[in-house]
Design a protein around this ligand. Structure first.
Ligand code: TYD
Ligand code: MG
Length: 451
């Protein structure tokens, strides 16, 4: 028997302390440490580890074996998971309330249950509410097991008894583990409940899909502390009011990180968008100022995405720089380069930049489109013709190449774009039908070609 041990976990940040203290030594929150008994925790972890590391083997001798995977019935979800759900893996699906997490996992759960025993546990809705939703989604539901429960221990017992191979937890914020004193939704509870589920998954080979809510500011109050415990972390991205949903893998031990799946929310639930290339373009009858179309590479495919900018006289002393879908620091940097090497000043002016469709772009290929959209708005002059652009902007005003240039250009040509402003080094050797490619080396060249 392992001796019972007690630790204190902070409700705010999830940090673990050996002694109770008035203030959390990590985040400084007051009266936030809760007693957690970890007797139950030490044992199975040791056992699982012992089984996993029997004897050292030479790397080349480790048998190459594909992970067994189960299709989720949603090809776009399979794509983000790296080709289906890996048995024995633990995945976290995060996103704002109401974005479609329950819908997606109910649909996927129903499909999975046709292949392998699946248990869907709801801690948020009653069984009746879930069944009403399933009916609206047109799911047969004759193979999916449902359970309304919030005690993790009871859930694990049921999962064992029913022989489930896939377990869906909706949501981790409603779950509690009995050994933790604090209430469901607190960091300590979220962490311990998830830890119990991870242990269960790793010792039995059952896959666990965990839903976690994200708070309004985009910080994941509870789930963020789970990211390192699970194998796969998926996040929903969307614009308020848009029916399109992007699901992005921000971490994946069984596939490519940053892969995205695209869905549309319909009356019958989430539908896959198999060819999402141009859904994030807004349709303008006339060319408008402050808009640039870029070819982004999201996950493993190119997508045409509109970047919008608006510049306006600042109301206060501190002009605002607001970036939605781009990094705010990046925008500040781009505006400085634009001033210094492009001769366009934005001091005293508010600058808003928005990526259409609620997409978040982290690649530097968005630099040139963001700058061109800003200049277009500042001059109130639309960019010329059916134009796409992409490219990284250096601090010296140079335009740097980005990966997959030719693939991006082909995608643009496929959608009827006629001109492209791209880094000189991204210019393809052979011409692309119907597309005039302008290679630029400096920001000033790009500005000249764009207007
Ligand atoms: P839901 O999956 O409950 O969100 P989450 O679990 O992430 O909080 O999604 C709820 C929203 O989706 C709700 O506003 C209604 C909408 N919806 C549809 O448009 N069509 C549908 O078929 C379903 C089930 C929900
Ligand atoms: Mg829900």
């Amino acid at each position: 028997m392992a001796k019972s041990r007690e630790v204190f976990v902070c409700d705010q940040c999830g940090n673990e302390s050996l002694q109770w203290q008035g203030l959390c030594p990590m985040c400084g929150a007051g009266d936030s440490l809760r007693r957690v008994s970890v007797a139950a925790r030490a044992k199975p972890e040791r056992r699982a580890l012992a089984a996993a590391t029997a004897e050292p083997q030479r790397l080349s001798q480790v048998a190459e074996r594909d992970e067994p995977r189960v299709p989720t019935g949603l090809e776009e979800l399979d794509r983000v998971l790296g080709g289906g759900l890996v048995l024995g893996s633990v995945a976290l699906l995060g996103g704002d309330p109401g974005i479609g997490k329950s819908t997606m996992l109910l649909q996927a759960g129903d499909a999975l249950s046709r292949v392998t025993p699946t248990l869907y546990v709801t801690g948020e809705e009653s069984l009746r509410q879930v069944s009403l939703r399933a009916r609206r989604l047109g799911l047969a539901g004759d193979t999916l097991q449902l359970l309304a429960e919030t005690s993790v221990d009871t859930i694990i017992e049921h999962a064992r008894d029913s022989g489930a191979r896939v377990l869906v937890i909706d949501s981790i914020q409603t779950m509690f583990a009995t050994e933790v004193e604090s209430s469901p939704g607190s960091a300590a509870q979220v962490r311990e409940s998830a830890a119990a589920l991870v242990r269960f998954a790793k010792s039995t080979g059952v896959s666990v899909l965990i839903i976690g809510h994200v708070t309004k500011e985009g910080v994941i109050a509870g789930p963020r502390i789970l990211e390192h415990m699970v194998d796969t972390v998926l996040y929903f991205e969307s614009d308020a009011g848009s029916r399109f949903r992007l699901v992005r893998a921000v971490k994946n031990r069984f596939g490519a990180a940053n892969e995205v799946g695209v869905f549309a929310m319909t009356e019958q639930g989430l539908k896959e968008v198999k060819n999402p290339s141009a859904i994030f373009l807004s349709q303008h009858a006339q060319p408008v100022s402050g808009s640039a179309v870029m070819v982004a590479r999201e996950g493993s495919r190119p997508m045409l995405i509109e970047v919008q900018a608006l510049t306006d006289d600042a109301q206060g002393l501190n002009p605002r720089r607001v970036a939605v879908g781009l990094e705010a620091n990046r925008l500040a940097l781009l505006l400085a380069v634009l001033h210094r090497h492009g001769g366009v000043a934005t001091s005293g002016r508010d600058v808003f930049v928005n990526v259409v469709g609620g997409v978040r772009i982290s690649e530097t290929a968005a630099d040139l489109p963001a700058v061109l959209a800003t200049v277009s708005s500042a001059r109130d002059e639309p960019l010329a013709g059916r134009l796409v652009c992409f490219g990284e902007l250096g601090l010296a005003g140079e335009i740097r190449p980005v990966p997959y240039g030719e693939e991006r250009l082909r995608e643009a040509a496929k959608h009827g774009f006629e001109r492209a402003i791209v880094p000189e080094a991204n210019k393809p050797r052979r011409a692309i039908d119907g597309l005039q490619v302008i290679g630029v080396e400096r920001l000033a060249d790009a500005l000249r070609s764009a207007f």
